[in-house]
Design a protein around this ligand. Structure first.
Ligand SMILES: Cc1cc2nc3c(=O)[nH]c(=O)nc-3n(C[C@H](O)[C@H](O)[C@H](O)COP(=O)(O)OP(=O)(O)OC[C@H]3O[C@@H](n4cnc5c(N)ncnc54)[C@H](O)[C@@H]3O)c2cc1C
Length: 502
């Protein structure tokens, strides 16, 4: 059950990396790195269309800490903890080679650097594929359905009051009571709000993280470049995002505001641009170069919650068990499968015997029958044979994987489904139809914000395409002219929030 769209919270606002977290080695958090790198290996096999290897370059300058030697040792440990399952082993290079690999990188005091591998994903889509898989296994998946209170019998939680909160329904949606043997609270930054329904104490200390999207013509890089914040030495990245875009992120600041309205401020943008401009001096990026931003909250468990032994701000997850009510908070996108398995085991302990989890072997819906890149390239080639242009065919294959031909099949029935909805990006109208008919999308922002994220990738953030996309959705969902207008207004307001840094 999800009060908004699937992945509308933090899970579409991450750095989109499937990684072990090299920097956790500094705090000797070997377990976290072991789990992350091993999940990375598993996801590379179980979802190859959505989890793609990405080379990272760590430049080493005279004043860099750790220096090149220590970094090399650290990366041997990183590769070792992954049981050498990294897409490629790391390699150390001298200054001249680093300059050749990333010509825009500052060369003053550059001593060399290291290239290692992690992965890039589409966080919203990998979340969605899990929901599609759950539905295929007969789970009832509901978005736009909010838990408004929990029901109790004595000390035990026995269900919840839920409300249909899809926008555009006038005076509030239908409310029903749901009974459950166990309720799992997996609401990320909202965990404390749900815990408060039954008087449980707060456990979170959320922090905000912001990313900036830049046209790659302003900053073209071939590797994710690891940078250290100018003012605080924090690790951040410049990431080649494909589709002509480069991403810079992230920040990490305490957050006390409205959990439902998180956006990048002028200070956030200035902080990220200062560091990017130090590492890439000739780029001379300014706020006018920022095409889009996204901001999300890390659902970190506060040290004061008394649930941890160490006092650092660990990314570890926590599971808190009460009769009929289990909260899971913290952790990373990368380890979602392990976290879910742990929760299901805890549910099993309360319910009695449950079947053994198969998520370690079970492919996600888009990777059924897909072994790797060769299969995805074959799908793309078949789509080209059927008349799609190469960019669109490649985009469909590496977004939908095994489902790409079904999505493209919509064009045979309706030629308008083959039209692009943005002049620069390869998204097709067929994806709008797929989103509303098969992928749970209920609003314009569900479609343009997450299923085909023009809000982040489009030069105008999808504003020009929005009316035609809304009309297309309206034909499928039976929207009135008023609802179309509301949807367009809500989308424009969402875009406006991403521009508040200006
Ligand atoms: C800036 C940033 C960068 C990150 N980068 C990475 C990265 O590169 N790699 C990585 O592995 N991890 C990364 N993370 C961490 C990762 O994104 C999060 O740990 C993960 O997405 C959290 O998922 P979640 O399901 O706990 O929370 P969410 O994704 O926020 O999901 C919780 C959902 O609960 C819903 N909800 C809330 N209240 C209710 C209610 N009453 N009824 C029904 N539904 C409700 C919300 O609408 C929300 O969608 C990053 C996090 C941030 C903030």
């Amino acid at each position: 059950m999800e009060k908004d769209d699937l992945a509308s919270g933090t899970s579409s606002k991450s750095s989109k990396l499937i990684h072990g977290g090299l920097r956790y080695l500094e705090h000797a958090q070997f377990k976290l790195v072991f789990e992350g790198t091993n999940e990375r290996a598993l996801l590379l096999k179980r979802a190859p269309h959505l989890v793609r290897p990405l080379p990272f370059l760590v430049p080493a300058y005279k004043q860099s800490r750790p220096g090149l030697y220590k970094l090399d040792v650290g990366l041997w440990i990183y590769d070792g903890l992954s049981r050498f399952s990294s897409p490629k082993l790391h390699k150390t290079y001298r200054t001249a080679k680093i300059h050749e690999l990333e010509p825009l990188l500052r060369t003053e005091d550059l001593k060399g650097g290291i290239v290692y591998y992690d992965c890039l994903t589409d966080d919203a889509r990998i979340t969605l594929e899990n929901a599609l898989d759950a539905r295929a296994l007969r789970a009832v998946v509901l978005n736009w359905t909010r838990v408004t209170s929990l029901t109790r019998d004595g000390g035990r939680v026995i269900g919840a009051e839920v409300e249909d909160c899809e926008p555009g329904q006038g005076a509030g949606g239908k409310r029903i009571a749901v009974r459950a043997k166990v309720v799992v609270n997996a609401t990320g930054p909202w965990s404390d709000k749900v815990r408060a329904f039954v008087g449980e104490s707060p456990i979170l200390r959320p922090t905000k993280g912001v990313h900036l999207v830049i046209d790659e013509r302003r900053l073209k890089i071939a590797h994710a470049v690891v940078m250290q914040g100018r003012s605080d030495q924090r690790v951040m990245f410049a990431i080649p995002w494909g589709g002509g875009r480069t991403v810079i992120g992230t920040t990490d600041t305490d957050f006390q505001g409205d959990l439902d309205r998180v956006y990048a401020t002028p200070d956030d943008a200035a902080y990220l641009l200062e560091t990017a401009n130090h590492y890439f001096p000739t780029a001379a990026l300014g706020k006018a170069d920022v095409l889009a931003t996204w901001a999300g909250l890390r659902p970190l468990v506060a040290p004061s919650a008394g649930l941890r032994s160490e006092s650092d701000t660990s990314r570890e997850h926590h599971v808190i068990d009460r009769p009929g009510f289990i909260t899971i908070a913290g952790g990373k996108l990368t380890t979602f499968r392990r976290m879910a398995a742990e929760v299901v085991d805890r549910v099993g302990q309360q319910l009695g015997k449950i079947p053994v989890s198969t998520t370690g072997e079970r492919p996600l819906p888009g990777s059924v029958g897909i072994e790797g890149d060769a299969d995805l390239e074959r799908i793309a080639a078949r789509l080209v044979e059927k008349g799609l242009d190469v960019a669109a065919a490649h985009h469909l294959a590496f977004t939908f994987g095994a489902r790409a031909e079904t999505v493209a099949g919509r064009i045979a029935d309706d030629a308008s489904a083959g039209l692009r909805i943005d002049p620069e990006q390869p998204f097709l109208a067929a994806e709008v139809d797929e989103a509303v008919e098969h992928e749970f999308a209920r609003t314009l922002t569900d479609v343009l914000g997450r299923r085909m994220p023009l809000i982040l990738r489009g030069r105008d953030q999808g504003l020009a395409a929005a009316p035609a996309v809304a009309e297309r959705i309206a034909r499928r969902l039976g929207w009135t002219a008023d609802r179309i207008r509301d949807e367009l207004d809500r989308y424009a307001a969402t875009v406006e929030d991403t521009r508040r840094f200006r």
